[in-house]
Write a protein that binds this ligand. Structure first.
Ligand SMILES: [Zn+2]
Length: 251
């Protein structure tokens, strides 16, 4: 069991007093290993909050450069960072903020080919990609690896998020995509995005990740859709589809 140092006890004092966390939970977080795919509007807050909470191993995969149009919502980056690789800069920010973490920032695109290496020694995957195809690839490769993942998507003023268990007993992302009305296909570049909306989704994903790492119950296979402008939201139970191209032919 990963023991906590005096410095860690001081750093996480406000979190440790929560019964949901406690000393044992903080040690669990320290042992936790996550892969964050994408270091943009979703990936930067997810990485910062999970690092802040003391998740001991954080791997980041992203092959994009920082652009000026990223700065309104990717608040980990400054004007001086424009042109640099997101993974490199975010990795440095996390290490600067919490030197006790193992930060593994990789300038690489997640796809079927790179997945086996990126998923090695990982407990949970967080989707921060802004791409339907990437989510399908994450769903397939994590299913093969028996790993859970948390998806998130945001466009304009609305967002959605869901968690999928390693065995996909409560359905998979391919099950969801079969229900075409519920899926955001176009991304922020085409449709636009209000900065705090992507932050809202990222922080919901972060809470789900912490719950999983702490051993708390996670609402697997439940999609929440939120319109941040109106404040209205609704939940959809995904469920494993009998005709699913992925999970049903392997159960
Ligand atoms: Zn499925």
């Amino acid at each position: 069991m990963a023991e906590l140092t005096d410095a860690e006890l001081a750093r996480y004092a406000r979190q440790l007093i929560l019964p949901e966390v406690d000393l044992e939970g903080q040690a669990r977080l320290k042992r936790g290993r996550v892969l964050i795919i994408g270091a943009g509007g979703l990936g930067t807050p997810i990485a910062q909050y999970l690092a802040g909470a003391g998740v001991g191993g954080i791997r980041i995969a992203d092959n994009d450069h920082i652009e000026l149009s990223n700065l309104p919502r990717q608040l980990a980056y400054t004007e001086q960072d424009v042109g640099q690789f997101k993974a490199d800069v975010l990795g440095r920010r996390l290490a600067d903020g919490n030197s006790g973490l193992a930060v593994d920032a990789r300038v690489i695109r997640f796809d079927i080919g790179s997945a086996p290496t990126l998923l090695e020694d990982i407990d949970l995957v967080l989707d921060a990609t802004d791409s339907l195809q990437a989510r399908l690839d994450i769903d397939r490769t994590t299913f093969t690896a028996g790993l859970p993942w948390v998806m998130g998507a945001a466009v304009r003023t609305s967002g959605q998020w869901a968690a999928f268990d390693g065995r996909r007993e409560q359905g998979c992302y391919h099950c969801l995509v079969a229900d075409a009305d519920q899926v955001q296909r176009a991304g922020c570049a085409e449709l636009g995005i209000l900065g705090p909306v992507v932050g809202l989704v990222a922080l919901q994903q972060s809470v789900l990740a912490l719950k999983y790492l702490l051993g708390a119950s996670v609402p697997w296979g439940q999609l929440r859709v939120l319109d941040a402008w109106s404040g209205e939201h609704h939940d959809i139970t995904i469920g494993a589809r009998k005709n699913c191209s992925m999970c049903q032919n392997q159960h």
